[in-house]
Design a protein around this ligand. Sequence first.
Ligand code: ZN
Length: 339
Amino acid sequence: MDVFANSAALAALLLSGQAPQQQTPAAPQPVACLAVPGAGVDALMARIAPADQAVTEVFAGVGASDITDHQLTPAERALVREVLAGLPQLHRDILHHHLRRLNFLDLQPGSGSALTRVVNPGDASLQFDITLKASLLHDSLTDFLNTKEQRLFVDDGSGFSIGFDAGDSDALTYILLHETSHVVDQVLQLTASPANRFGAGIWEDPRILAMPHADSLAARTPFRRHPPVPGRHAPAYYQSLSNSPFVSFYATAAASEDLAEAFAWEQLHTSQGQRLTLTVRDSEGLPLFAYAPLETEPARRRFAQVQTFIAQYEQACRVASSRMRSGLPSADETTGGRL
Ligand SMILES: [Zn+2]
């Protein structure tokens, strides 16, 4: 059924996608410093290892074929090392405790390109394997985003097209920020908490969107099990997304994806100066709608919340480090840190 048969319904949906003006929400309580003295990026590089059979079966299950382990070249190892070193301290410290393996797979692609998987569900200290399609080592961020986004739309003869422009950035930095944010989320139980501050007013629970977001066009894509969107509706969909708290359509898939997207894009934008534009064009190539997904007011509020959380962690580590040097008790002992 075409949800736009009634233009009044379309107007109502567009309006409902507009987030009310609000202040930046509070960040969750700061986390005690988890730094491992002396543990550097080399310790994380040592986690690169062949994938478990269970991992290759997951990729095969979503359509991948010819799956083999990828041996990193020296240049690829240098790139991975650089990207890991550029992760926020919060992410690196949690990976030191909770990353079991980092895998790279050569494969004929199906629908999945990256997987973060708990290898010991239910245990007190969760361990994760992160697995990436090896071609991501060479993909540009622009190509990666465009390929992923094309799947949301169906050719309806309108000739409308969509295109991201992320400059000459690599895809790997974004992918590793996104996947490692899933580890941070699960270890700290951010989105699993009923008091998920990153989802306040946005998520009723890890899967159910709060109103008015549940009714917005931004939440009516295949990422929320709706059919692909006819291309002629792309301008209205991106208009709705630009007024929503979601930095991407993918962020609407679940509270955990929303958090991973917010952390990844906040770091790319704030720490690395990433710029991003999205343009919808008509059949003649003329722009119909364009916006900068990282620069909307709702995105800025989400980013400010993430930034505060990450900065508070780094401050906790500075305090812990100075206490250690001066022989005082650690922050864990004095504040009852959660880990
Ligand atoms: Zn994800």
